[in-house]
Design a protein around this ligand. Sequence first.
Ligand code: PNW
Length: 671
Amino acid sequence: MKTLTLFTTLLAVSAAKKCIVKPSSSNDSGIESGEESSLNNLPSDPSNPSNPSDPSNSSDPSNPSNTDPTNPTNPGEQTNHDILVEKARAEGKLPADFKWGAATAAYQVEGAWNEDGRGESVWDHFTHLYPHNVEGEEGNEDSISGNVACDSYHKFDEDIEMMKIMKATHYRFSISWSRLFPDGQAKKEEGKWNVNEKGVEYYNSVINKLIENNVTPLVTLYHWDLPYALHEKYGGWLDYHSQYDFANYAEFCFETFGDRVKNWITINEPWVNCVSGYRLGPGKAPYRCTGEAPRKLANETEGLDLQGGCSYEIGPSQYSPESEVLEANRPPQRLEDVWCSHNILLAHAQAVKVYREKFQKEQNGLIGITVDGEAQIPWIEPGMSEEQKKINEEYANLAAEFRIGWYSDPPVTGDYPQSVKERMGKDLPEFTEEQKAMLKGSSSDFLGWNTYTAHWAAPIEGQTPPTPEEANFENSKRDMWDDNCRGRGDGWTCIPPTLGSQAGSSWNTKYPPTIRVGLNWFSKRYEGLINNGIIITENGCAQPNAKVSRANDEVTAEYFKSIDQPEYADTYEEEIIENEDDKNTIIRDLYRVDWYQQYLENLRLAFVEDKIDVRGYMAWSLIDNFEWENGYETRFGMSYIDFKNDPELKRQPKESLKFLGQWYDENIMQE
Ligand code: PNW
């Protein structure tokens, strides 16, 4: 077999070096650093005025968000962690307390969708209603939904066996909100929660089994599976009430599982959830979309395939307490993704506030949000002037502020980036002062980042930025290359030639320096504001498969050669392509092994050389699973499951899983 070119470590090192935007000594991010968070107030639902905020709490030195609860020391004193870091850097390795593991999400692996009292989530509802929206076998409902998925609800022991092979110290999984609260509304009355006890039993058993096996749980409270009842009731994240329902559900989880769970992620990827679910549908539930489809829905529905999505199944919404009430079952509106984002960020902050107020001191855990987003790489081409390079670097920062900072700034600094505010004008909702105070520092324990691919950034020639009068959603990025997907199909976001080679999912391209560039970007931007570093909460690769078009391969190869970075001209031989009938290409996942090798090398360099405070790495994913609208044959797993033919859904380790075990031995300190 002609094998994929596995790059040498040396190549990866020098390539990464070339590509890194080194932090400059001055903090030009426009963000103040070193301020303490002020999260000591109770949830303040405007409809519940009995929880007044108390700004005098903001400088409470005992505020646990300002310390590492796992390492309590006085400021300036060397912590256990510091000692481990020093030792590790001296050996060119990651420290012994590095969080090492894999990630999954409830809807993608659990199955048992209607068992033991679980309520419907938006994903159940919409996969059942719009089977055409998901890739799978016609007529086989289970192949286009998470009805059965990997059946981890019954087979969790087998998942643990896979963790052992990669030597996981941590496992990131998510809780299904509607398994605990079928209608999404958690209430405690006379000391008793209205919870589905069977759901509690399940998560207790997952957590206990992990701990028995020396694996530390890292728990996501929300990974896109909103209880459908809340969508029907008030449009889900479109309505400001969602933050209070989320905080109540979170409170139950802290109270019930927090004695054993010390690492909490509130929300997974607000951008993907809101942009894909509320603007770009019909890709992701709840399949709201703007553009052509809703225009047709509003004006002429004749001949339209309603199975395509852009649903009308929605309750009346009120974006914020001040906004008008929008009627139920209206066609999708402009800015739904923007309001979803706004409310979901507030939901995150409300949950953190509950944790800080009621649990953190006693439970000694950490809490943060996980954002997604591609590192933005300044576009270069042969013979480009220094001046143009500088302009592109600035645009890369601007693009990153839009793509990532929009979501990561509020939970760290308390507000949207200035650039986003200016360019969005009145289309961007404003946080009140009280909300800003609540948001600020809400991800100061750690920041989770899901990193996969990268984007080029540069200005569009001849385009000017919007003036204050022109500032709105549509104009906000008109002079930027960001989010421009020419040549790659609608809805996807890159400039050809795309960065790196095409993996097995449309947006999934391999460009390993992205992880190092991104870590540097966060580190510089949030200097002094994050106490326990950045955790890579997802990184992974779908092995190339026949379903994904590789039209850009040649262009990509030529381009990278022209800029003297031939190591990224990483085209691959046909033999590497995953084939459902040939288990050899599925189990011997060499493309994925190469992915992990190179991304991890860049992570190691970010830690050892750039001195970035990165504390964990969760590979996506432990097992093949339900890859949302791409169904089951887009495989991100490091363990193979034959969903079609094997009723037992047996897990089979792939080479990549073993590779990660080996990488752990060689690159992470054992003490
Ligand atoms: C993440 N993009 O989704 C999710 O957190 C996982 O549930 C998912 O299975 C995994 O990545 C692989 O897809 C993403 O368009 C979806 O760049 C889309 C993008 C990134 C991440």
